[in-house]
Design a protein around this ligand. Structure first.
Ligand code: 6PG
Length: 225
């Protein structure tokens, strides 16, 4: 079962500032304890300005290792790629060694991208931090309600998706179990259109976002209620 800590903010700016602080605190702790910080990023609009605000952070960028929780199967340079968004909003401005940035190769198509990413992350034990968003329909990463993954019993760690209800159709997503394999999991939730999904989530109704169940619980930063 998922343990939730809700952090509510009056507006998106406050949410963004608190999220920036939270990310940097976890980074410092991880770097102090094991010399590296492994973070998996989310796509969508809510993290966009959090990423931008990280450009000016004072941290040891050489210890950061960047991964992604999901990706859209589009050309590598497409502005709609989650990796491209993170790159242009943030990563292009900081000194993280190139070889420590690991986009999901969505341009190769769902099957090949998923297989290759599963192999890449097989070497990492747990993420220090997984960032996630929430969709109107309760989805998180590219785990949509009613899709095949919900019924799958032996899911791969990285799931190829061919029928996403949110464009594009083809995507790749880490599985709930793999996203749960993290010291911290943080959701960034903003926008009136998420209200209904948040109400369900808080009421304990099963939505994809409630399937991520790390041992340490999840922190939900929301500027809706
Ligand atoms: C994506 C995301 C997705 C996103 C939510 C919320 O590829 O679109 O990974 O899971 O986080 O849809 O997005 P917003 O923050 O834009 O509402």
């Amino acid at each position: 079962l998922q343990t939730c800590r809700w952090h509510e903010f009056a507006n998106r700016t406050q949410l963004e500032q608190a999220a920036r602080r939270f990310i940097l605190e976890i980074a410092e702790r991880a770097i102090a304890t094991h010399g590296a910080f492994r973070i998996a990023l989310a796509g969508g609009n809510t993290p966009r300005y959090v990423y931008q605000s990280l450009r000016t952070a004072e941290t040891d960028w050489s210890a950061w290792h960047i991964y992604f929780g999901d990706e859209r199967c589009l050309p590598a340079k497409s502005p709609d790629r989650n990796s491209r968004m993170a790159q242009t909003m943030w990563l292009d401005y900081v000194n993280i060694p190139r070889q420590q940035i690991h986009p999901i190769p969505g341009e190769l198509g769902p099957e090949t991208a998923a297989a290759s990413y599963a192999q890449l992350i097989a070497d990492i034990d747990e993420f220090d931090l997984v960032l996630l968003g929430l969709g109107e329909d309760g989805h998180t990463a590219s785990l949509f309600p009613g899709a095949a993954w919900e019924k799958g019993t032996a899911l791969p760690t990285v799931i190829p998706i061919h029928d996403s209800p949110k464009p594009p159709l083809q995507r790749v997503s880490l599985s709930p179990a793999r996203l749960s394999h993290a010291t911290c999991v943080m959701y960034l939730v903003s926008g009136e259109n998420k209200r209904e999904a948040v109400i369900k989530w808080r009421a304990g109704i099963d939505i994809p976002a409630s399937r991520i169940t790390p041992a340490g619980g999840v922190d939900i930063f929301s500027s809706i209620c």
